[in-house]
Design a protein around this ligand. Sequence first.
Ligand code: ADP
Length: 643
Amino acid sequence: MEHEKQTYEFKTEVKQFMNLIINSLYSNKEIFLRELISNASDAIDRLGFKAQTNPDIVGDNGEYKIKITPDKNNRTLIISDNGIGMTYDEVVENIGTIAKSGTAAFMAAVEKSKTQETLAPELIGQFGVGFYSAYIVADKVTLITRAAGASEAVKWESTGDGTYTIEPTTKASHGTEVILNLKAPETDEQDFTDEWTIRHIVKKHSDFVNYPIVMDVEREITEKDDATGQLLDADGKPVKQKKTEIREETLNSMKAIWAKDKKEVTDEEYNNFYTHISHDWNPPLTHIHFRLEGVTEYSALLFIPSKAPFDLFYPTRRHGIHLYCRRVFIMDDCKELIPEYLRFIKGVVDAPDLNLNISREILQQDALVRNIQKNLVKKILDALDQMDSETYAKFYDEFGAVLKEGMHTDWQNREKILPLIRYQTTRSDGKKISLKDYVANMPPDQEEIYYITGENISVMINSPHLEVLKEKGYEVLLMTDPVDEFVIQSLPEYEGKKFKSAEKGNLDIAGVDKEKSETYSALFDKIKSYLEEKVKDVRPSSHLKDSVSCMSGDAGDMSAYMAKLLKSAGQDIPEAKRILELNINHPLLEKMQHVFESDSNDPSLKDYSVLLLDLAIVGEGGKVDNPSRFIKMVGDLTARAIS
Ligand code: ADP
């Protein structure tokens, strides 16, 4: 065999993760079984999907099931499945690590939880406890697995204290066996080798699992006389004769929750089902359960999560919508059923008219699938629209940035998405409001909807660009999501009111004093000549009231935030020059004008010009070219002003 026994060390984040799980779930130990059953069920799903196009892969082991084998005397519990199994490389990749995309996100979340007191269960929930939950109850875990189609099997083993081993082994057929060496139960604790404890846990958390979860049980049998139905002894005398036999019993009903009547499903059942399909440990925010009859027939059970998963913005994201056909699993994470901007939705769709052998390629063009997608979108948008405002605010905080993507990707539904969009504003005190509320709050003389884009709310609120607007009592939308830049481009107006950038172009509301501008024009030309390499123009400002200068652009220019976003996404953005706006009512300009009138070549004019530019940049939270020169100049000037 090509592989030998290897010892590996757990990565730091895995150790932290395991500690977190063991310490925070001690009062809810039984969920380890749910997690291992979920993994087994997923593995069977995946094999089933493969077998649709390659039936030979299952050989004679195609009667899918998950088996639980307790051993009271040795205190072990085995959870085995005949699913897809894992190759050596897959074991290395999957067991003993955290999904690659998750590592950085996990460490960041741990850091955050230190300062924000996020509860550990909530933190874990984001990542799914999965396989590691075995260590809540076991002090040693052995995993033996053989990938479908492979001949070699692999054994993974660890006491969870820092290292694990992987070595080749043998196994009769494909699938995975997880062997738990149970810790000694504390007094009053559940005994996970006890038949009734296991039955109870399976019923509670995994009843709906699509495959039989079986266990061998010992049952008494009594023998009856076939003719009379009486119990007889050897002499033919009636007697009670007891025997025992071992029987394999199925513990779960396998009833598809989505096929049930809404009234028959409890919240707890919905939540448990959600956990099973989503691997998200937090209860969902809400669910949408319906059946459609008519030309397009299908039933759906959709969930809106309460927390955004860490991989919401990763392309490797999993666990979306599961597709079934008459309760037969077809595929998980069916991306064709849901548009990208609703990718946070989890759930199940069961379409009886679907072609069972459908491939992912054909799925995209399938008229039925497209029809279902259209329908699901409508149902989801309606559900969001009808949500009470408190629940909706929670939803929006987690998924608003994703939902908004629909504004420029789903033109058909823009009218429905638009009312769902919320923004903080300069006057909303941290609350996010709808455009409808914004327009309702507009003073009568305000004609346009003002917005500003950026990444830091407090820099935006205090931006000098907003001074005139604030004085007029005009509210400004604060747009902080990168996607907003695109949303605004596909959204020229709302209720007949145009969107207008509060930082670019001329505001056209306060009116710049024409005459005064004229008197300053020679000075402005002079300033421009000093700053020619940095700015494309120097203009009297329509934005400023108290501040002396700010940066701006023409209405059609790219915003500073957009330029920064594109640059950080690795795009080559030509250094676009911006406009320096100056407040002609500010005393500094008046004084510069005096200096200029007495000597148009006074060297201090150049210093002041550079200072005006630096002040404008600092005002929008930017970085000046030469900070030490800037500080020295401000220091010198202040000293002079005081003397
Ligand atoms: P999650 O299931 O949330 O991805 P886990 O830590 O539980 O996280 O499992 C990691 C990976 O290990 C799974 O994604 C799967 O690829 C693999 N795995 C776990 N259990 C099994 C199993 N019983 N059969 C096959 N693969 C498994």
